[in-house]
Design a protein. Structure first.
Length: 458
């Protein structure tokens, strides 16, 4: 009898604790939404991100906050169709009616600088890390860098600003932007993202990302990034790195290590003449770097070499690093999500400003979805605790639910109720994680194009 009472007490206590945690986390999500709502109506914020001093000074149907929120709604169909659905949702009407024309919106968006999305993204990320107990790897926040390119509308203004790609089988140059992001792979959060002219290299953009790293970060980098100044900059910021080295380009430095058959070694990495010049430009020391090299044999027999600033073998033994490097894979998956699901190349305008607005607005909404979905991860673990496989959020479905429903968070008073209903949807749509599953990478060019004259109906 006593045992049964103790079990009941424990069960009741556990339920109370679970409810308290859920309440706190729903309140934290509401805090992020309210922060965005308040920021979008602050005169100082509006003044920083409007194009001209006289913009957004008169009361209109499309004030600053409404233009911002409309743009983050993952727009895919024609502007007029999107506007009609947007006002139908926020006004709770049965049938869409013409409240704002596409022409009026095009005039209003010219007043909004894309920097509003980047500043608010950084502020929300900072708030997120204060509110939630995030996942870490041995005390580090794992940040992965990756870059890509995006095809742009074939407009002269865009060609001049971003530059062009000259295909071998075409005489018509294609405008192309380079995009880059720094991504928290364990928590599915974009720390920083950049859209720039195609001529800007990935390492140059990485240096801009490093404004947002600190001593508790470990940066994971693919073979295109390693350089002496790159490692030096990360260490100078107080962070750490783990990068895969391109053996063919680092063959002189790696020659003795590869010939030794050792699994790891410490070297003093000396800067080249060019590396010294790069460090001096950035105001960095040019003294040699102590670097730990690790030989990793992959499952297919290929040898990769990792370079890391984690030189304490007792604190971070060799066995940790094979799996550590592959932790960067979610940043690759996020680009697949951005390109194929969110359709970042499906632009709603043909100007440089419209292209920038669309890109940063969609990344902002993807990030907001990740923040609001963060408390759901534990619920999914509990839901599938008896399964042989692990499960995760189906991000495609989560973003689909946030489209149109997510914007109601900014126009309704019952924010927590909406958040909890979204959680239920996130928990119901999961994807199984299948360890070891691999598919050959297809190197065919990305051919999907979006035509302004043939927008989808949804």
């Amino acid at each position: 009898m006593l045992t049964l009472n103790l079990k009941n007490i424990w069960r009741t206590t556990w339920l109370l604790i679970t409810q308290l945690i859920a309440t706190r986390r729903s309140n934290n999500c509401a805090t992020i939404v309210n922060f965005i709502k308040n920021t979008l109506t602050q005169e100082t914020f509006i003044n920083r991100h409007k194009i001209n001093k006289t913009d957004f000074t008169r009361k209109r149907s499309l004030p600053f906050a409404t233009v911002f929120i409309f743009l983050i709604n993952l727009l895919k169909s024609s502007l007029q169709n999107e506007l009609d659905k947007f006002f139908k949702n926020i006004n709770s009407t049965d049938v869409p009616h013409r409240e704002v024309t596409a022409s009026a919106f095009c005039q209003a968006r010219k007043k909004l600088n894309y920097t509003a999305f980047t500043e608010l993204l950084h502020q929300c990320v900072e708030l997120f890390y204060k509110l939630f107990p995030i996942k870490r790897w041995h005390g580090f926040r794992l940040l992965a860098l990756d870059g890509s390119t995006v095809q742009l509308p074939r407009e002269q203004e865009i060609k001049q600003h971003f530059g062009c790609w000259h295909p071998a089988k075409s005489t018509d140059p294609c405008p192309m932007a380079r995009v880059s992001q720094m991504f928290d792979v364990l928590n599915h959060i974009t720390i920083d993202t950049i859209m720039s002219p195609k001529k800007d290299g990935e390492r140059a953009l990485a240096a801009k990302h490093f404004e947002y790293i600190n001593e508790h970060d470990l940066v994971l980098s693919d073979r295109g990034y390693p350089a002496f100044w790159y490692f030096r900059l990360i260490v100078f910021k107080g962070a750490n790195y783990c990068a895969r080295l391109p053996i063919e380009r680092w063959s002189v430095i790696l020659k003795d290590f590869l010939a030794s058959n050792l699994t790891e070694t410490l070297i003093d990495l000396e800067p080249s003449h060019q590396a010294i010049k790069e460090c001096q430009k950035l105001g960095l020391p040019t003294t040699p770097l102590k670097v730990r090299l690790l030989r990793i044999e992959l499952d297919d027999g290929e040898i990769e070499v990792l370079a890391t600033s984690l030189i304490d073998c007792n604190l971070h033994p060799y066995e940790l690093f094979k799996e550590l490097y592959f932790q960067r894979w979610p940043v690759e998956e996020d680009y697949k999500l951005l390109k194929s699901r969110i359709e970042i190349a499906n632009f709603t305008g043909k100007s440089v400003l419209a292209v920038q607005q669309d890109f940063y607005a969609r990344v902002f909404m993807a990030n907001l979805t990740s923040m609001l979905a963060f408390p759901v991860h534990e619920k999914i673990v509990v839901k599938h605790e008896n399964s042989k496989l692990e499960y995760k959020i189906n991000w495609t479905q989560a973003l689909a639910k946030m489209r149109e429903s997510g914007i109601l968070l900014f126009f309704r008073n019952n924010i927590i109720d909406i958040i909890k209903k979204l959680w239920q949807l996130f928990v119901s749509d999961n994807s199984a994680i299948r360890p070891g599953r691999k598919f050959p990478r297809k190197y065919s060019p990305y051919t999907k194009k979006f035509y302004f004259a043939y927008k989808p109906i949804s």
